[in-house]
Design a binder for this molecule. Structure first.
Ligand code: HEM
Length: 464
């Protein structure tokens, strides 16, 4: 299969006529309690917007995604694959269990299935009230094209890719300095280096050390975990905007800030907070992919072979900027398939929608539980295995059950930028012979349902 498969946007899935959706079934109180208590509550507890380290450690200990899958599989079987309807207070929700239903929700966004759900608006407004994800359909008209243009959504390698990869190189130097002096690093050291890379990629080299900006963003993200329940900190958010605007005023060539400036300076300041926030997920995905490289010598060999044993110079294609690295990209994709960073993809209907023999009212919330679909073994024998190859040989193509970057008109426009940055980081770190703590659980399939990326610890082979 072509190299571009791992770079292709899921939005390119061909549209086929939608068969009639099944009629939603109302869950009994006991069933609804299980969905809320055993599927949704553990996800909310871990922090939808910024992870809570104690909760993610707890989630791994209890393998919460395995329990969630058992609950949803049982209900899917019992109710013949119908969408599962239930209420939480005054709010009506529907959890879908069929790939066809996922397809409908995502393809028919933003109307009648809006990504700007009540829960997301409550959460994201803490730090990105103008973000495209929580925008009305009218606001989306200009904010979505802005994002697609600045992030060069359809281009596997962004025009400024060379500068991004240079930022990665500096981050790796920082991380390996620690590795060389102590023989080890953990998720927190990784994130220190990662934020340096992210700040440089998004805002330029001058921003690399601006940890105050990260601290402000993360404070607001912690508030956002509570959605409407937490009061807004207007002053702090204005401070975040001020700092971002200071980089956007005189954007550094090669940064996303520059691309944003070129794509529409007036829109940029409202969109950049989402980019910074979303790069955190990319760090988590890279860290788990690195754990797979460290736990599986065969994977490491392939990453190295692709990057060229000759070292970092081989990461460049003469005269063409950074190499595409399809296998390393596919490793990151399979990491985010196995352990999705967007726990649930949410939609809210903007008007009544017909499902089989029922009409569901406007403002129904629709929930796609990512890990349930990503690990669904139906028609996918490799569901619980690490199989980057499946992103390259066509096996994962056109599968609406695989939505780590969502799909359809509101799919993640940052996918290719993420895969470029993450794959180059992975390739550079793979040159070190790393071991990951508790790697035996990752060395074989089936893989654990839940892996706490914040608990990952690496050391060089041979160090105690
Ligand atoms: C591993 C990293 C990432 C993953 C897994 C990811 C995944 C997603 C998903 C699932 C959505 C849809 C959310 C929804 O419908 O509720 C989304 C939306 C979005 N992502 Fe990403 N994302 C990542 C990183 C990034 C980065 C780094 C950027 C920007 C530089 C970015 C920009 C966006 C934007 C602007 C949207 C909103 C799109 C819209 O509403 O039209 N993402 N992303």
């Amino acid at each position: 299969m072509s190299q571009t498969s791992a770079a292709r946007m899921p939005a390119h899935r061909t549209r086929i006529p939608t068969p009639a959706n099944r009629t939603p079934v109302d869950l009994s109180t006991g069933e609804a309690v299980r969905v809320v208590g055993q599927v949704l509550a553990p996800l909310v507890a871990q922090g939808a917007i910024i992870r809570r380290p104690r909760a993610t450690a707890w989630a791994e200990r209890h393998q919460v995604d395995r329990t969630a899958r058992a609950v949803l599989s049982g209900l899917r079987e019992r109710h013949d694959r119908a969408p599962l309807a239930f209420g939480v207070g005054p709010r009506r929700f529907v959890v879908v269990t069929e790939r066809e239903d996922v397809r409908r929700l995502l393809e028919d966004s933003p109307e009648p299935f809006s990504p700007a759900t009540k829960e997301k608006r409550g959460a994201l407004a803490h730090f990105q009230p103008e973000g495209v994800l929580i925008s009305s359909t009218t606001e989306r008209w200009h904010r979505r094209p802005f994002n697609e243009h600045a992030l060069q959504m359809d281009q596997p390698v962004h025009d400024d890719g060379a500068a991004f990869v240079d930022a990665v190189r500096r981050g790796v130097v920082e991380l390996t300095r620690q590795l060389d002096s102590t023989g080890r690093f953990d998720a927190y050291a990784f994130h220190e280096a990662w934020w340096g890379i992210v700040l440089e990629v998004v805002l330029g080299t001058k921003a690399r050390g601006d940890r105050e900006l990260v601290a402000i963003l993360n404070t607001l993200r912690r508030d956002a975990n509570w959605s409407w329940l937490h009061p807004r900190r207007t002053r702090l958010r204005e401070e975040l905007d001020r700092r971002i605007a200071s980089y956007l005023r005189a954007p550094e060539p090669g940064s996303l800030a520059d691309a944003a400036h070129r794509s529409g300076p007036a829109t940029a300041v409202g969109q950049v907070p989402h980019w910074l926030f979303a790069f955190d997920a990319a760090g988590a995905a890279t860290l788990r992919a690195l754990a797979m490289v460290a736990a599986r010598p065969g994977v490491r060999e392939r990453v190295l072979a692709e990057a060229g044993q000759g070292g970092p110079a081989a990461l460049w294609q003469a005269g063409q900027g950074p190499a595409l690295l399809p296998y390393a990209r596919a490793c990151v994709l399979d990491s985010v398939r196995l352990w999705p960073t967007t726990f649930v993809v949410l939609r809210e209907s903007t008007g009544p929608t017909i499902w089989g023999r029922r009409t569901l009212p406007a403002h129904t919330g629709f929930i796609v539980v990512s890990s349930f679909f990503h690990r669904d073994p139906a028609g996918r024998p490799h569901a619980d295995a690490f199989v980057p190859e499946a992103w390259l040989d066509g096996r994962n193509d056109g599968d609406w059950g695989l939505v780590p970057f969502s799909g359809g008109p509101a799919a993640c426009p940052g996918r290719n930028v993420v895969l470029l940055v993450a794959s180059h980081l992975l390739a550079r770190l793979a040159t070190r012979d790393l071991r990951v703590a508790r790697g035996r659980y990752l060395a074989r399939d089936p893989l654990p349902a839940t892996v706490d990326h914040l608990g990952l610890r690496f050391r060089t082979a041979g160090s105690a």
